[in-house]
Design a protein around this ligand. Sequence first.
Ligand code: NIG
Ligand code: FE
Length: 413
Amino acid sequence: MKRTLITNIGLLASPRGISAQAGSAQGQIVKIRNAHVLAEDGLITHVGAGLVGQDKMQGAVVIDAEGKLVTPGLVDAHTHLVFGGWRAHEMQMKLAGVPYLKILEEGGGILSTVRETRAASAGALEEKARAALHEMLRLGTTTCETKSGYGLNLEDEIKQLEVTRSLNGSQPVQLVSTLMAAHAVPEEYRHDRRAYMDLVIQEIIPAAAEKGLADFCDVFCETGVFSAGESREILLAARKHGLGLKIHADELTAIGGSELAGEIGAVSAEHLIAITQTGISALAKGGVIACLLPATSFYLDKPYAPARDMITAGVPVAVATDFNPGSCPGLNLQLCVNLACLKYKMTPEEVLTAVTLNAAAAIGLAEDIGSIEPGKQADLVIWDAPNLDFLCYRFGSNLARAIIKKGRAAAEI
Ligand code: NIG
Ligand code: FE
């Protein structure tokens, strides 16, 4: 048996439970001073305070937290990790005020990344994403969801998903895979969107599900991309193939995405910058997790989603990066912690739940990760911070000092 003992933890802070926490429960954090955590074969078997018994030390690799803050490993519940190229060439257009959806409408944006992703080999995509994961791990992210959606045909969507599969297990960050063939209508179907819908429903979803390459299906429900009706059709087809449902809803315009998420009982609705009160009620009623992406608001210079209204309405809130080459070319979930606190006005405790347990629930892993409790995976971060306030207060520096994944030291900074 492989044992790891993390000792001398100044403050251990963690949410509790195996499901998403909503309302006032989102801000309820267990705090233990002078704590230690024992992991055996990658799972937490003991969380305690005070002196460590000799029995716990036996044969254990000891990691000294040096009196610092320890939290669960961060969970990034929304990224578009596997893509070819970058989009720095859009910077001048962006500065000139050309809107994000206008760039897409003219064949740029997502469609420009589609061209580069199709042209790239699986090997090249994998090495690029591996480098990003290495950076994410060092910033404290131990689990990450990633979406396809830059292939937009059978072959290249499968290529992206296979890259994700190959990365999962061949580096420390655990991955959850989402099929997002409905990320945009590709150029070759510009004049026949129905034919693309049929391709997604009849070929791409069944193939991804049959090969076991995706856990979830996501749709970009947005003006000029997929309508609420089209999104419903795609997501219901995905459900028939056993996939969990996610939806990019109300990112820029409210066209019924949140209402749809509530109606079909999606696991999560993402973005929600433009959500209405009716949309918030629909999420609450449907038990949908709101996955908010503050770095995208920052990068697109858009308003911040009304997180407090959602928490008041009893909607569990998760916070993620949205890492992608267009609307958020950044993968630092620590920055999202700062933004969630300052811009969403969430308390540091609510934010911790948002980037750990609620994020884990948004990707179907709340029973395994997202809190420091016996029975869960030993995924932890030792922070160069004395408490949660400090984590929300400092920004722009990497405060992660050591990252532990499944009981093993995965990175030391
Ligand atoms: O979540 N909104 C749609 N998809 C991504 C952006 C992808 C891109 O611009 O390449 C997002 O913001
Ligand atoms: Fe996204």
